[in-house]
Design a protein around this ligand. Structure first.
Ligand SMILES: Nc1ncnc2c1ncn2[C@@H]1O[C@H](COP(=O)(O)OP(=O)(O)OP(=O)(O)O)[C@@H](O)[C@H]1O
Ligand SMILES: [Mg+2]
Length: 631
């Protein structure tokens, strides 16, 4: 708070936002109440002709004016319109979403008789600006600096767009902080915990799910591993319950209720409340007026058991994510000392039972801190630490990791890993690559996230393009990945011709992988991936051999007789054609032997010629070969 401006922490939730502030006089954290006296504010924006309402009153308007109330911007931010999850849920949102010309979702609102489009980050910005004004009203001061939280599993684009939302809300975003880390920080601070070997944070909110394992030593919080799913939360439990109710009514009344739009909407509108009731009661009563085709009213009893059955697959997914995180942290479940429950959805009894029985220790489960406020509480501590100066700087130290491995694709669609998952951040890692084509004018750096050794199974983040001076094959390009403390990737490259800093990563058409399965897939497919990778390597060596022979004829052409050059060029063309039409299927021995046979064929033609002139270049690495041609 160097210039006297307070610094706040905002939990920008899918369904609710919360803002916290650490007092500079006594270092207590306040969760700031909104104008209704509530400590959390629904993440809803209602538009009318001449104004916008945010929060509780906006949420109340959803069923009267469904098309003009926007929510769930966190589920849309940083995604493409054709994202698998977005498409699955498209019909459930009550407002209209269309694709932009660059395949991003656009939210359409009716204002003053015309249609106005908003990008998801613009809606998030309105929520952030509202939280900022709640803080300003309470603190009686202008607020500029803020720490904003995001799910640990948010990717590059989701983090960038959230930062943009903060800026649009007039905030100086001091840090993008991971939600489960904020929760641990809050827990450690509130309970004055100096040491705890392994805390597992189970953070299930309204729209996203994170599991993080952290260790606390001398008030230093170190994240060991993180796992999650950015499209799994309370909203999905509501939707499954609504589907169940619609099916039950359809069966009972022999009417397809899913075709009665108004009824469907009402049932979806009520399902969250029923879900919550079922957290405290075994049964919930639902009376629905005018719900069937003939306008009939119906009474329906929904049981907790039915709710649990309708969401069985989600419970399983939650547990798989926990297992996944333990595996990444290299820990047995017995080594977990505390399970910190964060997020409103952890009030679901089934989840608690499931965790208690999985860890075989109900006593390890702790709320420790209000599950709705823990994240904002931790963000407020971080905000204070970043701005209060000496007094707060060392309240806790925080060491984060990157949740997924990052790399680029290299010849043969292989993933070349540059930064591995669970590497502490900030981090910079550099790897050297070479061009493989002659006179290559540009290099497309395709950036991927994931654990598989073939990129087709990983998630593409985007592409950076760098222009290169046209040179023979083997021209050296150093590629650096830097992940900053906000978890945001920066790509840099250097060649002997210059430095390419902070390259733009262009978001291409991609579909998000089911994040939960990334590691499991990688483990299960390791053998077949490796087998394929081995055969692909043989094909690449053959391709390199062709490139070298062709380049030798181009750059050292005067050495050879014309007929020798023609012989080499002809066999290289035939072989290149064969390579381009060959697909590696299973990576079998037969596929491998075929390639080796082709290599022998081409060598039988070329080697006697080139060796005659002293060129032993067959197995020479391509960068050394580059020097030979240019030296
Ligand atoms: N008693 C309860 N039983 C079941 N679910 C509940 C209960 N109370 C709240 N929830 C659910 O918790 C969710 C909201 O939790 P929370 O406020 O932590 O999420 P969020 O921060 O908005 O979302 P996210 O962190 O995923 O972006 C909602 O889906 C809500 O229905
Ligand atoms: Mg949350």
């Amino acid at each position: 708070m160097a210039d006297g401006c307070p610094s706040i922490g905002i939990d920008l939730g899918t369904t609710r936002c919360c803002v916290g502030y650490m007092r500079s006089n006594n270092y207590d954290v306040d969760i700031i109440e909104n104008q209704h006296g509530d400590r959390t504010t629904p993440s809803y924006v209602a538009f009318s002709d001449n104004n916008e309402i945010i929060g509780k009153l906006a949420k109340d308007k959803v069923y009267r004016n469904p098309g003009n109330v926007v929510y769930d911007s966190k589920r849309l931010i940083g995604r493409l319109f054709d994202d698998e999850y977005l498409q699955q849920n498209l019909k459930l949102w009550t407002f209209n979403i269309i694709p932009s010309s660059d395949n991003k979702p656009l939210i359409q609102i009716n204002q003053e008789s015309s249609i106005v489009s908003y990008k998801p980050f613009e809606i998030s910005a309105k929520l952030l600006a509202h939280m900022r004004s709640i803080a300003e009203t309470r603190l009686g001061q202008v607020v500029r600096d803020a720490v904003i939280t995001v799910p640990a599993y948010f990717n590059y684009h989701q983090r960038i767009e959230t930062t943009k939302a903060g800026k649009l809300a007039g905030l100086n975003v001091c840090k993008i902080m991971n939600e489960p880390t904020a929760a641990v920080v809050a827990y450690v601070y509130k309970h004055n915990i100096a040491n705890c070997p392994n805390i597992l944070v189970f953070d299930l909110g309204g729209g996203t799910f994170d599991v993080t394992i952290a260790t606390v030593a001398n008030k230093s919080v170190t994240v060991k591993a993180t796992s999650g799913n950015t499209f799994l939360g309370g909203r999905d439990f509501d939707n499954n319950l609504a589907k169940h109710i619609i099916n039950t009514l359809s069966d009972r009344y022999k009417t397809d209720v899913s075709q009665i739009t108004a009824s469907v909407r009402r049932i979806y509108g009520r399902s969250e409340k029923i879900k919550m009731e079922l957290s405290f009661e075994e049964k919930a009563q639902l009376d629905l007026h005018n719900i069937l085709m003939n306008g009939e009213d119906v009474d329906l009893e929904v049981t907790r058991e039915e709710f649990e059955k309708a969401n069985e697959h989600l419970f399983k997914l939650c547990l798989q994510t926990v297992e996944n995180c333990l595996r990444q942290a290299n820990l047995f479940k017995a080594e977990i000392e505390k399970i910190l429950l964060v997020g409103g959805s952890t009030r679901i009894p089934k989840l608690r039972q499931m965790l208690a029985s999985y860890f075989d220790a109900p006593g390890k489960l702790t709320q420790g801190i209000n599950p709705d406020e823990a994240v904002a509480y931790g963000a407020a501590i971080q905000a204070a630490m970043l701005s209060h100066g000496e007094g707060t700087k060392n309240i806790v130290t925080i060491n984060e990791v990157t949740p997924l491995s990052l790399g680029i694709d290299v010849i043969g669609n292989r993933m070349s890993f540059i930064i591995c998952r669970n590497t502490p951040i900030p981090v910079t890692q550099t790897k050297s690559y070479i061009t493989v084509s002659d006179q290559q004018k540009e290099m497309a750096i395709n950036v991927y996230e994931g654990e598989r050794s073939l990129v087709q199974y990983n998630t593409k983040i985007g592409t950076c393009i760098i222009e290169l001076p046209p040179k023979p094959p083997g021209y050296l390009v150093n590629i650096s990945f830097h992940i900053n403390s906000n978890g945001i990737l920066e790509v840099n490259a250097t060649t002997d011709a210059g430095v390419y800093s902070n390259l733009a990563i262009v978001y291409e058409k991609h579909t998000e992988q089911k994040a939960n399965d990334v590691l499991k897939d990688a483990l299960e497919n390791r053998e077949s991936d490796e087998r394929k990778r081995g055969v692909i390597s043989q094909l690449i060596k053959l391709k390199e051999y062709c490139i070298k022979m062709k380049a030798l004829c181009t750059y050292k052409g005067s050495t050879f007789l014309e007929e020798e050059k023609a012989k080499i060029n002809s066999v290289v063309d035939i072989m290149t054609n064969w390579i381009n039409t060959t697909q590696i299927q299973e990576g079998t021995e037969e596929e491998k032997n075929n390639i080796i046979k082709k290599r022998t064929e081409i060598e039988n033609v070329c080697e006697p010629i080139v060796k005659n002139y002293g060129y032993e270049v067959g197995d020479m690495c391509i960068s050394k070969f580059h020097k030979l041609l240019t030296g």
